[in-house]
Ligand binder design. Structure first.
Ligand SMILES: Cc1cc2nc3c(=O)[nH]c(=O)nc-3n(C[C@H](O)[C@H](O)[C@H](O)COP(=O)(O)OP(=O)(O)OC[C@H]3O[C@@H](n4cnc5c(N)ncnc54)[C@H](O)[C@@H]3O)c2cc1C
Length: 322
């Protein structure tokens, strides 16, 4: 492997809305900025079939199309995008922060980690084929598409329960399914969930396939504990079977993580290590949405800029940038 020293002011790892927005702010501020990302359009936003809550987006658009415009803006302002997956970092040397890409080592004065929380788990048959035809992962994103419909929520942890509760106000009926013999949410959520009459819980059912016709979801096929198969009908299947996993393994413990391996930051996106910032879904937080990720990318870049100019990274009140 050839090791080239590529030095820059700010190295951003991840090309989603968080990383690309950080790159726009940093490049506009005159920082030599490099973004490492495995493909021009990747991550969760690139997978979102119809985004209707991105500000200015009156009609829903595929996330890819919005991300492509953000990417063009990154290039317009002069940030460099390197297509590579970051495999490791070394933040302990006194020669700058080292980021190991595919075939090269970058050295930066500041780093923003914006690698998101893509679910690496195996998909259920039909899940990928019917994405955009009724398979969904987030009620705030796609719930309104299922107004008055019968929908299925797959998974019964606390997050799935909160989502089912939110869906019960939009959909005609919600069937929550879990392979476990009992639900796995905390008592408060479970109590609240008892309230709506249009929510039904089915335990002991393991999903086998999401089924559909002509690219549109018609239901999900299950196997029960005795091996019997049955199909539950529904126009939408919301998948919460597995928790999303943050992409932080390549950091090798360089910054503090929470108990689920998300990066802990303060409100200025500073991690436990000076000069290293994090933004977007990879952060330990509650709300994971595109415009939130973009906003955090902006904050991280402004904090990095201040750090690089030797200033204290602190809250910026009422100052506008051209
Ligand atoms: C199907 C679907 C639909 C959704 N719909 C909506 C919606 O309608 N509205 C909404 O607000 N939110 C929606 N979301 C959630 C939203 O897409 C995410 O909250 C948002 O994309 C998070 O942005 P991010 O930049 O933090 O992470 P991501 O968009 O996931 O980007 C992470 C980036 O990091 C890169 N990366 C990962 N590991 C490495 C590595 N080792 N080296 C280099 N790069 C790496 C990835 O390739 C990617 O470019 C949806 C999510 C899904 C899955």
């Amino acid at each position: 492997m050839t090791q080239t020293d590529l030095t820059c002011d700010l190295h951003i790892i991840g090309g989603g809305p968080a990383g690309y927005t950080a790159a726009i702010y940093a490049a506009r501020a005159g920082l030599k900025t490099v973004v490492s990302t495995p493909a021009p359009l990747s991550g969760m936003m690139a997978m979102a079939p119809a985004v209707g809550n991105w500000p200015s987006q009156v009609e829903p658009l595929p996330g890819r199309d919005i991300l492509e415009r953000i990417r063009e803006q990154v290039l317009k302002y002069g940030a460099e995008i390197v297509l590579e997956s970051v495999a490791g970092v070394n933040f302990t040397t006194d020669r700058g922060l080292q980021v190991f890409g595919g075939a090269q080592m970058h050295v930066a004065q500041a780093v923003i980690v914006a690698t998101g929380a893509m679910n690496p788990a195996e998909k259920v048959p039909g899940e990928e084929e019917l994405l955009g035809g009724g398979v969904a992962y987030c009620v705030a994103c796609d719930g309104p598409l299922f107004a008055g419909e019968d929908v299925i929520v797959v998974g019964a942890d606390e997050h799935a329960y909160e989502e089912a509760l939110a869906l019960s106000e939009i959909a005609n009926s919600v069937t929550v399914t879990t392979p476990a013999t009992k639900v796995n949410a905390d008592e408060r959520v479970a109590r609240e969930l008892e309230l709506p009459d249009n929510v039904r819980i089915e335990t002991g059912l393991r999903i086998q396939e999401i089924v559909g016709e002509g690219g549109v979801v018609t239901g999900a096929r299950y196997r029960d504990r005795d091996g019997n198969e049955r199909t539950i009908e529904g126009a939408g299947v919301f998948m919460y079977l597995r928790g999303n996993a943050p992409a932080t393994e390549f950091l090798l413990g360089a910054v503090d993580l929470d108990e689920h391996d998300y990066i802990i930051t303060d409100e200025l996106m500073q991690t436990s290590l000076p000069g290293v910032f994090a933004a977007g879904d990879v952060r330990s937080k509650v709300v994971r949405q595109q415009c939130v990720a973009a906003g955090e990318g902006a904050v991280a870049a402004l904090s990095a800029e201040r750090f690089l100019h030797g200033g204290e990274v602190r809250s910026d009140r009422g100052q506008a940038r051209e």
